[in-house]
Design a protein around this ligand. Structure first.
Ligand SMILES: Nc1ncnc2c1ncn2[C@@H]1O[C@H](COP(=O)(O)OP(=O)(O)OP(=O)(O)O)[C@@H](O)[C@H]1O
Ligand SMILES: [Mg+2]
Length: 457
């Protein structure tokens, strides 16, 4: 992408205290879209429209790409002959492992979905299979009728607007490229349908190809490309439409592990280069944590928690979120919380810890009573001590910089991550150790409703 020297942007950019970000001058350059956002963040101004925008290809949005979902609901009606809950035949194929609510109208795949997505935000919807991620995305795309609630893109109500008029683009898991068309034709297709000018189509396709590093494959047919290259073409096809909102449904899940990591990094770079709001669906928590500005964790059609990766990792709202986010998974113990002399203490087996001041304050604010609880501790927060919970080593996994110790403690499988440097000795199956953890790392969950007693929503 090239930019005209001396256009209006130069002046605005130079007058900005973050001018150093845009030293190349001209309109915010391709890599500068995200920088520009940072540069103007906090100031009551939006990127001005470049006067020579017409036909110049300056990628400047003058529309706000917020997405608002208000109490969105999706009910899939029973198809005729389908049995209601409890009446399925014995030999029916097992359903996805969810506990979706079933009403007289049908299966409620998504409900009470409330979310405000900011302009240019990267939101990730994550959750186990069947929790309603794709359904939500497809409702935003207009591919699925919304059963209840309101969907806004910008300030326009979109419930009944046709998909083609929503100014969104969607990338699917299975690429869905046209096999008989070249990469170039695949990417140009939607623009041709819109009867855009030929030179303009050419410019947009080549620009997208450059961003995605597929310029040298433009003449090839999809079958002559690797999985990763095909996925890039699919993304390119979406980019050329310069969508207000980019929707991606598990775009990397067909790729092998190495390519996945590579493409994940590509998506992070892409996000820096294109000026769009992203809504990204995955069931992979690592993808969610690395890509999202905010993560929406779903289960059984309900949102469980919305937050930044740090928030959901450090302050999971309930037992489900605590187990879903973080790998290896959080360890759980049977425990008890009691208030003594105005301070809460948590007991697990033979050890007793005092939650830190922050936790104390939150527990007190929620007036937590003495009770049996589930105590969660992440593997990286556990240590081997001279006294603590007795444990027996089952398996040790050498990971390089750390060792994963799988042990049995209090009758449960527990994982502990220890740095390789500083490890007292090589541990073997059957060795006896003692585990401990601090009061600042305990997560306390109600046995009754599995909510975090510190209450994070
Ligand atoms: N057309 C349909 N008719 C009836 N039920 C459907 C339909 N599409 C999806 N469902 C059901 O709605 C629920 C949510 O499906 P959805 O595809 O949104 O899940 P998901 O979170 O995307 O899962 P996955 O990770 O497996 O893609 C599932 O239980 C599914 O069986
Ligand atoms: Mg899905």
């Amino acid at each position: 992408m090239t930019f005209t020297e001396g256009c209006f942007y130069n002046e605005v950019v130079k007058s900005n205290p973050f001018y150093k970000y845009s030293k190349r001058g001209g309109c915010p350059p391709a890599r500068g879209a995200a920088m520009w956002r940072h540069a103007v963040k906090g100031q009551a101004m939006r990127p001005p429209e470049c006067p020579d925008r017409e036909g110049s290809g300056h990628r400047v949005r003058d529309d706000m790409s917020t997405v608002t979902l208000k109490n969105i609901k999706k009910v899939y009606p029973f198809v005729s002959g389908e049995k209601k809950k409890g009446k399925r035949k014995k030999n029916d194929a097992p359903e996805k492992k969810t506990n979706l609510q079933i009403t007289n109208e049908g299966v409620v795949a998504v409900q009470e979905f409330n979310l405000e997505i900011a302009d240019k935000e990267f939101i990730v919807l994550v959750g186990p299979s069947g929790c309603g991620k794709s359904t939500t995305l497809r409702m935003i795309a207009g591919l699925e009728q919304i059963s209840g609630g309101e969907l806004y893109i910008g300030d326009k109500l979109m419930n009944d607007v046709a998909p083609k008029d929503r100014n969104i683009a969607m990338v699917f898991q299975n690429y869905a490229l046209y096999p008989h068309m070249s990469v170039y034709e695949n990417m140009a297709f939607s623009l041709k349908l819109k009867k855009e000018d030929k030179a303009e189509i050419d410019r947009k396709v080549k620009e997208a190809a450059e961003i995605l590093d597929i310029t040298s494959y433009l003449d090839r047919k999809p079958k002559a490309l690797s999985g990763g290259q095909r996925q890039r073409v699919a993304i390119g096809r979406a980019i050329v439409r310069d969508p207000q909102v980019m929707l991606m449904d598990e775009p990397l899940s067909n790729l092998d592990a190495k390519l996945r990591n590579q493409m994940r990094a590509e998506i992070i770079k892409l996000r820096e280069r294109i000026n769009t709001t992203f809504i990204y669906v995955t069931h992979d928590q690592t993808e969610a944590m690395t890509l999202g500005d905010r993560i929406v964790i779903m289960k059984d059609g309900f949102i469980q928690q919305i937050g930044t990766p740090q928030e959901v990792f450090n302050h999971p709202s309930n037992l489900f979120v605590s187990g879903f986010i973080g790998t290896p998974q959080m360890n759980y113990f049977e425990g008890r919380i009691e208030k003594r002399d105005g301070k809460y203490v948590v007991m697990v087996g033979n050890i007793e810890v005092t939650p830190d001041e922050e936790k104390q304050a939150r527990l007190a604010a929620n007036d937590v009573k003495d009770q049996d609880i589930t105590v969660g501790v992440r593997p990286e927060h556990m240590s081997m001590e001279t006294s603590g919970i007795p444990a027996t080593i089952d398996v040790t996994e050498m990971m390089g910089s750390s060792v994963h110790l799988h042990v049995t403690a209090m009758g449960k499988d527990v994982v502990l991550i220890a740095p390789t440097i500083g490890l007292a000795r090589n541990y073997a199956r059957g060795d006896q150790i003692q585990l401990s953890f601090g009061g600042n790392v305990v997560h306390m969950f109600s046995k009754e409703d599995e909510k975090n007693l510190e209450k994070f929503d």
